[in-house]
Ligand binder design. Structure first.
Ligand SMILES: N[C@@H](CCC[C@H](N)C(=O)O)C(=O)O
Length: 317
């Protein structure tokens, strides 16, 4: 006797079965959203398929990425950082929505520190700073009245020789835009390719359902930012740009913190004499501030400021 095939709603969530009972929070920074999980002792091995299933907007919780809060001592990348920065007790293990690992996430780092504070894992009053570990080194995050300011460390060109010669190093082909556009590739610990567009019409015409094609593509792949400078670019000492982004491992998102830093760095580079050190970057999900500040070791650093919110807590069934 043959039996009818068994179907059950659990079938689609099979990758998540071993995570049943796991507590999570949902948070975001300017609409760039994350599933946040506390795993102080690094006891949870969340594999890429599970990250993708959790971030699935139809069958999972839905998010641009997953952030696991782990004590630095509990994972090799964290132990490496602890040797020179014993104060970096917590490590942000960031994964993109497709399960891939990224070195850094600027909106995520604010959401991460907010999560640590709200979960009671660290005391962090307004005006206080916390050093955390990431795959792009340590980041110092200061709580303010309306969000968090992150010392993101130095930025750099990915193709320094081409950038110095021409201020442009690659071409980007994008659906919805007729001609290939020149671009500049900037590292914020993770890779970015910044394309300047002429006006808001062009910004809206870019169809980011499919990843833009970048040539040459940086060795680790890239996030692609499309920027439109305001007219005038600088008002009262502050530069203004609008930005949309297609993120590596995610797709179009409402905001990207490291992308905003890269976009400000590229625009400032292109601005030449008009360059300022203070920028407001408007993204579909809100506005973040980017400042170029002297770093403690004598190199220029980038500071990213913006909000972070938690919107829900739950448990996987
Ligand atoms: N949204 C993030 C960046 C997340 C990582 C990125 N997709 C990558 O693969 O590098 C941000 O706010 O910086």
């Amino acid at each position: 006797m043959s039996s009818a095939p068994q179907t059950s709603p659990r079938t689609t969530s099979l990758p998540l079965a071993s995570l049943a009972g796991m507590a999570f929070a949902k948070g975001h920074g300017t609409g760039n959203d994350f599933v946040l999980v506390a795993d102080p002792d690094g006891a949870r091995d969340i594999v890429p398929e599970q990250v993708a299933a959790l971030c699935d907007r139809h069958r999972g919780i839905g998010a641009d990425g997953l952030i696991r809060a782990v004590r630095s001592a509990a994972l090799p990348e964290g132990r490496y950082l602890l040797a020179s920065h014993p104060e970096a007790e917590w490590f942000m293990d960031y994964r993109n929505g497709d399960g891939s690992v990224s070195e850094m996430c600027g909106n995520g780092v604010r959401a991460f520190v907010h999560f640590l504070a709200e979960e009671g894992l660290v005391p962090l009053a307004e005006g206080q700073a916390l050093t955390i570990g990431t795959r792009a080194g340590i980041k110092v995050v200061t709580r303010s009245a309306n969000g968090y300011a992150v010392d993101m460390g130095p930025w750099e060109f990915i193709f320094p020789e081409a950038a110095a010669e021409r201020a442009l190093d690659s071409l980007v082909e994008t659906d919805g835009l007729e001609v290939d556009r020149p671009a500049l590739s900037v590292s914020m610990g993770n890779p970015h390719t910044v394309v300047a567009l002429a006006d808001e019409d062009e910004l809206l015409s870019a169809d980011l359902h499919r990843a833009p094609r970048v040539d040459p593509v940086p060795p680790q792949g890239t996030n692609v930012e499309f920027v439109v400078p305001a007219e005038p670019l600088v008002t009262d000492g502050v530069g203004h740009i609008r930005m949309r982004v297609h993120e590596r491992g995610v797709g179009e998102t409402l905001s990207c913190g490291t992308g905003a830093c890269a976009a400000a760095a590229a625009t400032r580079h292109w601005a030449g004499d008009e360059a300022v050190d203070d920028w407001q970057v408007r993204v579909p999900g809100g506005t973040v501030r980017v400042r170029f500040i002297p770093g403690p070791e004598g190199r220029e650093h980038v500071e990213l400021s913006g909000p972070a919110e938690l919107v829900a807590r739950g448990v996987l069934v």
